[in-house]
Design a protein around this ligand. Structure first.
Ligand code: ZN
Length: 240
């Protein structure tokens, strides 16, 4: 270092040192995010779940948090978005076949527990990984981009749409904003489905009652149709 022997460090040396520190910080953060549960800070252990923002948790920690929101102190500031198990997806990960042979890599970094099943790239924070919200399969971003058919999962063949792709531990603010937007859409869709289901349930109850009142026959069919029309009108009013 140029700071030895009382010499004044030059600006470019200081900038270089700062950049080195930032790089080390990013590396440590990537290790923490890919090896430890975001909530309990314990090593990730299967079953592992991912939330809609791409953060990884031990399922057990999420369950504990849902039962007691203060179980992890500042838990709510970490995963305020998790209100039930519907807000996380159990991930299908591929174990790293070399982990048991070499617990640490040459540079002292812990060996990745999981790999991409297509490229065999290690999931250690050095390369981008993602999972599919609809099926839970995890692989490297590179694997998905290189395969021709982008509409079925490269692991389980299940169909998916672009908005099902969740980048894991992304630090890109734009990507996080997109994920937050998708999270809001999914929540709205879930609530709409719930409303429709409860309306259908009460409609079938009413229909049954009407059927009993009429003593059966074709009129109840007409009543059901009217009920359906009313429900539809209500729904479109509610959605506007
Ligand atoms: Zn899949």
């Amino acid at each position: 270092m140029g700071n030895d022997g009382g010499s004044i460090p030059r600006r470019n040396e200081m900038v270089r040192e700062k950049k080195k520190d930032e790089k080390a910080d990013r590396k440590n953060q990537a290790i923490a995010q890919n090896f430890f549960c975001a909530l309990s800070k314990l090593p990730l252990q299967e079953p592992i779940v991912g939330d809609e923002l791409g953060r990884l948790y031990n399922r057990e920690a999420v369950l504990e948090y849902l039962l007691d929101r203060s179980a992890f102190g500042d838990g709510h500031s970490i995963c305020d978005n998790i209100q039930s198990l519907k807000d996380v997806k159990t991930l299908k990960l591929t174990a790293n076949p070399t982990t048991s042979k070499k617990p640490t890599s040459l540079d002292g970094q812990p060996a990745a527990r999981f790999v991409c099943p297509i490229t065999m790239k290690e999931m250690n924070g050095n390369s981008a990984f993602e999972f599919i919200w609809s099926c839970g399969c995890v692989f490297s971003e590179k694997a998905r981009r290189e395969l021709p058919d982008a509409s079925t999962c490269i692991v389980c063949d299940a169909p998916f749409v672009d908005s099902d792709v969740v980048p894991i531990n992304s630090v890109d603010l734009e990507s996080l904003d997109t994920l937050k937007g998708r999270m809001a859409v999914r929540k709205r869709e879930r609530e709409d489905r719930k409303k429709v289901a409860s309306k259908a349930k009460s409609k079938s109850k009413n229909g049954k009652r009407k059927h009993e009142d009429d003593g059966g026959g074709t009129e109840s069919g007409a009543a059901n149709k009217t009920g359906l029309k009313a429900a539809k009108t209500q729904k479109s009013n509610g959605m506007s």
